[in-house]
Write a protein that binds this ligand. Sequence first.
Ligand code: T1G
Length: 679
Amino acid sequence: MTDPITARRNGEVLIIVSNNPPVNALGQAVRSGLKREIEAGLADDAVKAIVVRCDGRTFFAGADITEFGKAPQGPSLLETLDAMEASDKPVVAAIHGTALGGGCEVALACHYRVAVPSAKIGLPEVKLGLIPGAAGTQRLPRLVGAEAALPLVVGGDPISASKAESIGLIDAIVGEDSLEADAVAFARAKIGQPVPRASEGTKNQDGVRDPDIFDRFRASQARKIRGFDAPNAAIEAVKAAGELSYAEGVKRERDLFLKLMGGTQSAAMRHYFFAERAANKIDDVPADTPILPIRKVGVIGAGTMGGGIAMNFLTAGIPVTILEMQQDALDRGTGTIRKNYDATAKRGRMTADGVEQAMGRLTPTLDYADLADCDLVIEAVYEAMDVKKEVFAKLDEVAKQGAILATNTSYLDVDEIARATSRPGYVLGLHFFSPANVMKLLEIVRGKETRADVLATAMKLAKTIGKVAVVAGVCHGFIGNRMLSPRQQQANALILEGANYWDVDDVLLEFGFPMGPFQMADLAGIDIGWHRDPSRVETIREALCAKGRFGQKNGKGFYDYDEARNRTPSEETKAIVAEFAAREGKPQRAVSKEEIRERLLYPMMNEGAMILEEGMAQRASDIDVVWINGYGWPLYTGGPMFWADTIGLKTVVEGLERHGLPVSNYLRRKAEAGETFNR
Ligand code: T1G
């Protein structure tokens, strides 16, 4: 393997260059080469200044995540960076691309940092369930202050070069196309001057003068960091930077880092990092499969889903023709799109001009013929097979040859829909999740005859519109909804047996979901699809509707709601459920939260096992990606299949058997073989 680190001279300036595609990760060879060339430069009297930069698309994008969990190999980044910073020769980081994690820490240990305008810099370790481990939490607050450091270290999102310059993290913005030359000139100008060392900075005293900074920040992030270990550790580390010496602070950071590295949350979040990238790969579709051009998209149906779907493309700069059957429905749909954009602009996440540009790409119509020049048409009409087949038959007549025809169905048989056309190779499912302009997940449902280039195009288009896409096979509910079904069944069964419905919700909340099934029902509206006949009561929902309990919308559903929509368990609901259970002849008993959790989650893992055995998902990690992005499965447990591995498949099998629930052969075989789904 060629040495990723080289060095060359430009007069008295030594330029150390890393060439370690794809992202100059700081793997062992890079660390070793860096150490070697830095020591050589510091020892060479002819060298008066040093520039550190990277070839390829980015400055160091962090430690090599593939090395985590393995026996650590020297040299340590921390020691190398301390030695570099201790030098009296000016060292300049020349930044382009994304200087992330360890990459940002390399830059912090340099005496100066220059960057091209398009560069970004950040400390995303919390997104891997970690905190910076090479003194980033100690140098950054000393350089920019605790208050400016907290969002970077605890939030994990990178900031632009200009923002970084404004807080003092970057010393100068240089030419987009003259990074090395400008960095060398910058370094040359610093020769002979005392060098500034971030570890000696005093900006961190803001956290000493106002110790409330930390609690205020923690409170501001409460909802986002609920259940995660790393963000709190990150706050502690930044706080330590103000209270301890640099050396003691580094030790504190190390202790916090090692504790996180050894925990289940980081293993889960590192699993997810690679899982999300693996999902892009379609096993039997070569990476160089030709991509069909998508210059114009048609959307059929301007309801909530159709409008949301259209927005994904409008925002990505792709014109959309949206079709409805009636003018009032069309006007309502386009009005909702504009309202959503205006709300986004009000939140400062879009300019007024951006809204006009997006709306300018929208063409409403009542005429199918206007879809004739679309490269992709997505239907989001009523969820009934006969309606879908009628739409696709019409589409088949008007759409141009080579156009992709997609259904947004949540459950229905995509192959049957494809057979309503003369071009089944160009038909697939694009299952968006509501609200479609917000939710990241997109299930790409491949029919038996869906062409490879159509699949490859859909996968690339997903990335263009900012979705996380997973390929699913044709089965009822594909991957996500198919696994949701057994959880819903158990939730309803549990409350009929006497479990408190609020305990069912609390179990999922405590596990890390944003809300439970009964809170979700109240939010969505219990009376959706109700036949409006209070004398006809065949389900618990109908029993609640019969008593006028429709959900949040009228202040009472499973829960009671006050004006501020705070929810409290309702004794009336408990009585309605008990009366319904009695009528069904269901004996009542107290049900523990332990039993509730096992009966809600384990059947999902069993369903996931069947999905894998049937080939309805390419890999177990794809199922994890679906549930984390589409249903709020807590990222810090890695998804249903990774969590099953964490607690052990034998535990899952024993739990299912204890509750008399089915165990698939695939799951039983893997459990008995001591295997896992993912690892
Ligand atoms: N280590 C190993 N492989 C990595 C990697 C990394 N840090 N980053 C990316 N890859 C691989 C990735 O798996 C993919 O592989 C390919 O590179 C392209 O990535 C000591 C402890 C840099 C913004 O968290 O955010 O430093 O699929 O598809 O969309 O304190 O990659 O091609 O085989 O994502 O252009 C902190 C993680 C580590 C940055 C580029 N750093 N990476 O995005 O390409 S912990 C991070 C990213 C740390 C220190 C601590 C993104 C990117 P494959 P990609 P992209």
